[in-house]
Design a protein around this ligand. Sequence first.
Ligand SMILES: Cc1cc2nc3c(=O)[nH]c(=O)nc-3n(C[C@H](O)[C@H](O)[C@H](O)COP(=O)(O)OP(=O)(O)OC[C@H]3O[C@@H](n4cnc5c(N)ncnc54)[C@H](O)[C@@H]3O)c2cc1C
Length: 345
Amino acid sequence: MSDSHDLLVVGGGPAGLATALHAARAGLDTVIAEPRRAPVDKACGEGLMPGAVRALTALGLEIPGHPITGIRYIQGRRQVQAAFRHGPGLGARRTHLHSALHRAVLDAGVPVLPLRVEEVRQDTTGVTLPGTGLRARWLVAADGLHSSVRRTLGLEVKTRGAGSPRYGLRRHYAVPPWSPYVEVHWGAQAEAYITPLGPALIGVALLTARRAPFTTQLESFPELAARLPPEAAVTAVRGAGPLRQRARTRAHGRVLLVGDAAGYIDALTGEGVSLALTGAEALVANVRRGTPSRYDSDWRSATRRHRLLTDLLVRARQQPALAPHIMPTAARLPRLFAAAVNALA
Ligand SMILES: Cc1cc2nc3c(=O)[nH]c(=O)nc-3n(C[C@H](O)[C@H](O)[C@H](O)COP(=O)(O)OP(=O)(O)OC[C@H]3O[C@@H](n4cnc5c(N)ncnc54)[C@H](O)[C@@H]3O)c2cc1C
């Protein structure tokens, strides 16, 4: 006999937890499958953009962290910065973000089952997880960048022609933040993304197509390496990638994809959590309205601007003829830079 639910969420990261929270508050009987113990950590730049902060506040969540005033690009002695116009962002440890969402989900009465989903079977009325006794009217694939649900259902799309695969590496340093801005340092082969996280904590995320250890990559940013002595490192290096992932659709019968599982371009513009939260809300709204097939077009229109800007920037970054012009152009056109930052924020 199957234990049948309205919504079965595979993956308890920000996308899955936010989906479950919206669903439970809408009165849907919801369950989450997440094999990792809370709080879950992950390679992330940990800069919550103002849109993410607003979405978390609307969910009634308070996340401890360090306010972020805007974005600053730096290359050598050249700098350009843009303040956020519609409220601050927040530098927040992933573990804090996860704990707040996880607690809210439990408070809403949603069980989080310690389960890694291997196989999904759908029919016209619902989805079953073989061998678990679990069944639901809808399954939400929120299982991240390398979503096994997306792969198993044949929804993965190859990302040929999009440049060399890019990866992210992150580490934390017990160093007081020197700026309330997220700094993006442009190196020849990588970007270093510095996020203030607390009175004496910063996060460093390196984004690159180069395969080399974190410390080797950091050496190509001598001014940063000088501020980040190895003895100040307080976490192990975590990595993720390849970053660019595409899904054929976000609505496949009774399976709906959200967060990184729904498709991801790059961490360069730091909007992954915002998009996960936006997607979660759109998904649940469509399930509630009984219009699940509209979710894919709602997702595409809600994320279009972010996808276009991030794609443009990453493609320019990967073109040898264009890459050297990104920073000089941003510095020459600070209003355009500010408009782009605030369009993303
Ligand atoms: C280097 C780097 C820097 C980034 N910087 C930022 C930033 O500054 N700001 C920002 O907003 N975003 C940033 N992002 C993106 C952000 O981390 C993601 O967009 C966000 O975590 C997506 O959330 P998610 O819930 O979709 O996926 P995840 O956070 O990856 O969660 C997926 C969950 O699914 C679970 N899971 C996986 N497989 C299964 C399975 N088979 N069964 C059950 N559960 C499963 C995993 O254990 C995990 O908990 C960055 C990403 C990288 C790689």
